[in-house]
Design a protein around this ligand. Structure first.
Ligand code: BTN
Length: 242
């Protein structure tokens, strides 16, 4: 690994690897360091949601990034979802899909969530924390998510090797981190998308509307068509339902 994964810090339990990575980043930890936990007691998802993180079953990791030029958080989330799909396919033999912008799905259920958080100071990202949570093994989910979440083990009927998956994800992330700025990976992202070409329900604050997902723009934004007009969704604060 040239940047991402050169150093891995392993923790048995922490409230959230993203929060822990932020502490490390504030204290000067270098770019590419990865924090991996066996268990999170307060795993965080987008929009203030929690991320179910039971002991031993999943992969809970956060990467410290310090991009030097103006890079877009959406692009980082986007290339990370491609890296996760590639790695799951290679290690587990199944082909997941990307639900814009931060979810990875297997057989129409969520198997992975990505949460990118940054500290911006004077218009520049001091650091970006890329958090990835994958339901690798285990089959039991709490009632509120049991119909929408799954694990790779549940879908493949085979216990999966978390370490092999971690190694492969870091390898793919490391590779894509070097080149994602040129946007070439977006073509792969389009192919992996399970929303493009579909009618979707967009939930933005108090507003809910139906639109068609038509394309990704060069920054990873989702271009939608609504009442015959095109617009681009850039915000992570948007939810999409099929
Ligand atoms: C989502 O589903 O909205 C995003 C979930 C992100 C979960 C990962 S697990 C590792 C890292 N630490 C956290 O607290 N969250 C992310």
């Amino acid at each position: 690994m040239s940047i991402i994964g050169k150093k891995i810090i392993r923790i048995e339990e922490t409230p959230s690897t993203n929060d822990l990575a932020k502490e490390y980043a504030k204290n000067g930890e270098g770019e590419g360091t990865v924090i991996v936990a066996e268990h999170q007691t307060k795993g965080k998802g987008r929009m203030g949601r929690s991320f179910f993180s039971p002991s031993g079953a999943g992969l809970y990791m956060s990467v410290i990034l310090r991009p030097t030029d103006e890079k877009n958080g959406l692009l980082i989330t986007s290339f990370a979802s491609v890296a996760v799909c590639r790695a799951i396919k290679k290690v587990c033999g199944v082909s997941p899909k990307i639900k814009w912008v931060n979810d990875v799905y297997l057989n129409e259920k969520k198997v992975c969530g990505i949460l990118t958080e940054s500290l911006i100071s004077e218009g520049k990202a001091e650091y970006i924390i890329l958090g990835v949570g994958i339901n690798v093994n285990g089959a039991e989910f709490p009632d509120d998510i049991k119909d929408i979440a799954t694990s790779i083990e549940k879908e493949t009927l085979k216990k999966q090797d978390k370490e092999a998956l971690l190694r492969e994800i870091l390898k793919e992330l490391d590779e894509l981190y070097k080149t994602y700025g040129n946007g070439e990976f977006l073509e792969e992202s389009r192919k992996l998308s399970c929303v493009l070409g579909k009618e979707i329900k967009v939930i933005r604050g108090n507003e809910t509307y139906i639109a068609k997902a038509v394309d990704l723009d060069s920054l990873g934004g989702l271009i939608i068509e609504r009442d015959g007009k095109k617009e681009t969704l850039n915000s992570g604060e948007v939810s999409i339902r099929f």
